[in-house]
Write a new protein. Structure first.
Length: 255
């Protein structure tokens, strides 16, 4: 089986593919100081929940927004999986032209998402990733990575709001009962959910004008489920998009 690992700033999402089939996937909090041994221990414990072990993993690929952890995952693979893992970095074969001033600046997860989205739609498309930041990654009808848009994420904005305004409480991010809040908590909740949904639709509307009316919009990321139901332009949500993209990249870059 193929182990695919997406190391984000907040969470690490990984899964195991047997061919095109995702057998299982898991998440755990990203700890930037994790060692290769600690990562190996987490991996073996989570695999055991589905009666899997290191012996079931014949190859692996890792994308990481935390450079140090990419190296730790590589060392873990060398030591415990007995194979060399593929790391998503500059020079990896994507099958996609990168129309970016400095391709080294492209986040590994963003590149992986773009590959997966274009493979699915085969036309102009945009990935909206609701993570620590909200990123927009457009791909042309010819399969070219065109660049990106980055804005502060939902949780970052909430933390900034409640830390700078002492009288405002922290809230759980759930759907507001109505647009006009009848309490401070409901007012914040409505402002955050509808505010971000409106911002996303605004950016996507401009991208559609630039890329064409047939452009597909797909969302992913841990916070997508809170905002996307209130957006008008996003076609679908795929929480497994990054894992799928990692599988596709591994097919183009076998170890």
């Amino acid at each position: 089986m193929l182990l695919v690992v997406d190391v984000g700033n907040t969470q690490t999402h990984f899964g195991a593919f047997r061919g095109d089939e995702l057998v299982e996937h898991w998440r755990f909090a990203t700890v930037r100081t994790s060692t290769s041994d600690e990562l190996g221990a987490k991996l073996t414990n989570l695999l055991a929940l589905r009666d899997l072990s290191f012996d079931d993993l014949s190859s692996s690929i890792v994308s990481s927004t935390v450079p140090k952890l990419a190296d730790e995952w590589r060392q873990m693979s060398d030591r415990y999986l007995d194979h060399e893992t593929v790391i998503v970095r500059q020079g990896i074969r994507t099958g996609m032209a990168l129309r970016y001033d400095n391709p080294r600046e492209i986040g590994a997860d963003r590149l992986v998402n773009a590959v997966a989205a274009y493979d699915r739609f085969r036309r102009a498309c945009v990935v909206v990733d609701f993570g620590t930041a909200i990123t927009y990654d457009p791909v042309s009808a010819d399969g070219e990575y065109l660049g990106g848009i980055i804005s502060p994420g939902v949780e970052i904005s909430l933390e900034a709001l409640t830390s700078r305004a002492a009288a405002l409480p922290r809230i759980d991010l759930i759907a507001p009962r109505q647009l006009i809040g009848k309490s401070t908590i409901e007012g914040i909740r409505s402002g955050v959910v509808y505010g971000f949904a409106g911002a996303v639709d605004g950016i996507l509307g401009r991208l559609r004008e630039e890329l064409g009316a047939d452009t597909a919009f797909i969302a992913t990321g841990g916070l997508a489920r809170h905002i996307v139901p209130h957006c008008r332009l996003i076609d679908e949500v795929d929480d497994l998009l990054t894992l799928t993209g990692l599988r596709l990249l591994h097919e183009r870059n076998p170890g």
